[in-house]
Design a protein around this ligand. Structure first.
Ligand code: ATP
Length: 228
């Protein structure tokens, strides 16, 4: 059983623009892969269909056995518990400190405060921000904010993590560290799908790469092919 499956998915925005056309692929449990393509190729749209910021116009997006077309109303929030999202613009709450931002998904889940504090501490250590737990987002660098966003996305150990250009604001050393962190998630059962147009990074990571061109999936490159 795949974690995620796109079956001939197309997305046409209300403007009439066809952002995705007939896209099909599957993600296995514990797999890490990238989606790439030039600006406007449809990478963000593809991720939005997974966390239900947008809906497919045709075809089916399946998350495990669940057809996302049927996930409506209150079930959207439940679905989002299973999908961790790292946004390009972080989307942190500016009036809450780092620890509160990271712990928020666990609060929404009704987890006990003591357990939340433990998990938050552990995940902040992983992203190298343990010392900044009490800082507010406005006091952090762009790269640090990015890492808070990543910590928040992985704190609830989702089945799938989707990240849109997660290393955009980070220097090369930090990018490498964050990607190494992503690459370690599959061992703990989280599949990872990252949108990136950084070809150097894709080559270094040696993971499967989906290539979009004008909304069509034009290549699906295995790690072996990438190494050649
Ligand atoms: N809400 C929207 N309404 C209309 N068109 C949109 C909307 N969002 C995106 N598009 C268009 O759909 C196409 C795909 O956009 P998308 O953001 O998915 O591309 P992308 O590959 O992520 O690009 P980038 O690398 O620049 O972020 C673009 O031509 C974009 O202008």
């Amino acid at each position: 059983m795949s974690v995620l499956r796109f079956d001939n998915v197309s997305k046409r925005y209300d403007s009439g623009h066809h952002a995705l056309t007939d896209v099909s692929f599957e993600v296995a449990p514990g797999e890490m892969l990238f989606v790439t393509g030039h600006s406007g190729a449809g990478k963000s749209t593809l991720l939005k269909l997974i966390h239900l910021s947008e809906r497919a116009s045709r075809g089916a997006v399946l998350f495990g056995e669940k057809n996302l077309a049927k996930v409506r109303g209150g079930r959207i929030a439940l679905h989002r518990r299973d999908v961790g999202v790292v946004y390009q613009d972080h989307r942190l709450l500016t009036d809450r400190n780092v620890a509160d931002n990271v712990g928020l998904p666990l609060v929404l889940r009704g987890m006990r405060r003591g357990d939340i504090a433990k998990r938050v501490r552990s995940v902040l250590e992983k992203v190298g921000l343990a010392a900044r737990a009490n800082a507010f987002p406005g006091q952090l660098s762009a790269g640090e904010q990015q890492r808070v966003g990543i910590a928040r996305a992985i704190v609830s150990e989702p089945k799938l993590l989707v990240a849109d250009e997660p290393t955009g604001n980070l220097d090369p050393t930090l990018s490498a560290e964050i990607l190494a962190l992503f690459a370690s998630l599959p061992e703990r059962g989280t599949s990872v799908l990252v949108a990136s147009h950084d070809l150097g990074l894709l080559k270094r990571m040696k993971k499967r790469v989906l290539v979009l061109n004008e909304g069509r999936l034009v290549d699906d490159i295995s790690p072996q092919e990438l190494a050649e």
